[in-house]
Design a protein around this ligand. Structure first.
Ligand code: NAD
Length: 423
């Protein structure tokens, strides 16, 4: 079967988009069909049933996945997602994007992703701990600091990582901090990791504004998602002078033409669990958040939110992809026609995996870096990746997504070429 065989690739969804992006890069780089085929398929996949004894004594069973797309440049690396939308194809797409992201920011990893098809908000902390420990024990044979290193994603956090680390460490008979990143700082997590993705999104957003001669103090933005990525992105953008006039989460959206007070709004979200009901903003339809009359939009929630159905209504000049895969390939084409700059996920949100790499290095060194050092190294990596992408895009007349993917695919193929094909 060829990499474009419709029996292998679904006809819609994130995996189709990921394959289309790889195919475009393969055409541009004149990659031979065999190598393209290798890159189109994950190196290893594990699907597990995860039984959970609920607090009331009943048993529920969830599907869990871990997909390792590539190891050519180093151990597999990628987040763990808890959401009812998780399925194998979504995890495959996210794992492939992790491979390109790690190569683009030049950290020595391949790509992976994991997930459990569970709604975390329906479970107590002790149920989430049990399901996490059971999932970890099921995938234990294929994770480890030199094999595959999970991190937080949608619906998971530093507590999830602490439980994975503890479960893995008990099985090994000694503490293994390097098996996960995004751990609590008191357990060997890195200073600056919790806000690293948002900090990176903000660096890239400011570079994109500068590239279009936009003054942050004269710029408005809307952010979709108010979780680990969206919330601090809104905060950092506001701190840089950008007027953040709307934010949303799964329960609602709030708007203020004068700019939202993100710190105050965060307190409200902490108290109530949502941005909805915030009294110093107007409630708006969450589906309109990316279509508002603003200069910059940051989708920072889930994939597939900018589609052929709404992309022509985008009014912003710049889309900065805080989320993975928020723009479908059809929407990408529409936005390009409209002259909207789309800064791709594998560049825009790579700050998280960059500081995850720093956390892994610190675990190996058994030495903690200062937050200033972490943030400064993060800025260096993001700025270098930005200039690599912009230079490649202008040199080859490509979109930033095409350029970022081509650069990353080239680096992965180069590692593969140097290592050779075994046997
Ligand atoms: P999170 O679970 O902390 O937050 C997700 C946010 O999105 C929440 O505010 C939730 O209410 C909102 N949301 C969920 N479904 C939604 C929907 N259908 N419409 C609107 N809002 C919705 O997750 P996160 O870690 O912030 O991840 C967000 C995105 O960023 C994901 O695409 C993730 O893969 C990507 N990402 C995360 C990191 C990281 O370090 N956490 C790094 C890189 C990329």
């Amino acid at each position: 079967m060829t990499p474009t065989d419709s029996a292998v690739i679904p006809t819609a969804g994130p995996l189709e988009d990921a394959h289309a992006q790889l195919a475009a890069a393969a055409r541009h780089l004149q990659v031979n069909e065999g190598i393209h085929e290798m890159l189109a398929r994950p190196r290893r996949e594990m699907q597990v049933s995860v039984p959970l004894r609920r607090d009331d004594g009943s048993i529920a069973v969830y599907e869990g996945f871990r997909v390792q797309h590539n190891f050519s440049r180093g151990p597999a690396k990628g987040g763990l997602r808890y959401s009812t939308a998780v399925d194998l194809d979504e995890v495959r797409a996210l794992a492939m994007w992790m491979t390109w992201k790690c190569a683009l920011v030049d950290v020595p990893y391949g790509g992976a992703k994991g997930g459990i098809a569970i709604e975390p908000r329906d479970h107590s902390a002790s149920e989430l701990e049990r399901v996490t420990r059971r999932y970890t024990s099921e995938i234990l044979p294929i994770i480890g600091p030199e094999v595959d290193v999970p991190a937080p994603d949608i619906g998971t956090d530093e507590h999830t990582m602490a439980w994975i680390m503890d479960t893995y460490s008990i099985a090994m008979g000694h503490t293994v901090p390097g098996v996960v990143t995004g751990k609590p700082v008191s357990l060997g997590g890195s200073l600056g990791r919790a806000s690293a993705t948002s900090r990176g999104v903000t660096h890239i957003a400011l570079l994109a504004m500068a590239g279009r001669d936009m003054d942050p103090h004269q710029t408005t933005a809307a952010v979709q998602g108010f979780g680990k990525v969206g919330r601090d992105t809104a905060r950092f953008l506001a701190a840089a002078g950008v007027k953040v006039i709307a934010v949303s989460d799964v329960d609602g959206a709030v708007y203020s033409e004068h700019g939202l007070d993100i710190t105050h709004l965060s307190d409200h979200a902490d108290e109530t669990g949502s941005v909805a009901g915030y009294e110093h903003g107007e409630a708006i339809d969450p589906r309109s958040i990316l279509l508002l009359d603003v200069d910059v939009v940051v989708p920072a929630a889930v994939e597939g939110v900018l589609t052929a159905d709404n992309a022509d209504k985008v009014q912003a000049r710049i889309v900065v992809e805080g989320a993975n895969g928020p723009t479908t390939k059809d929407a990408d084409a529409i936005l390009a026609d409209k002259g909207v700059l789309v800064v791709p996920d594998i560049l825009a949100n790579a700050g998280g995996v960059t500081v995850s790499y720093f956390e892994w290095v610190q675990a190996h060194q058994a030495f903690q870096w200062s937050e200033t050092e972490v943030n400064s190294r993060l800025e260096d990596k993001m700025t270098k990746a930005w200039h690599d992408v912009v230079g490649y895009a202008s040199g080859h007349g490509m979109s930033y997504r095409e350029a970022a993917t081509a650069l990353a695919v080239h680096r992965v193929i180069e590692a593969h070429r140097l290592r050779g094909l075994y046997p």
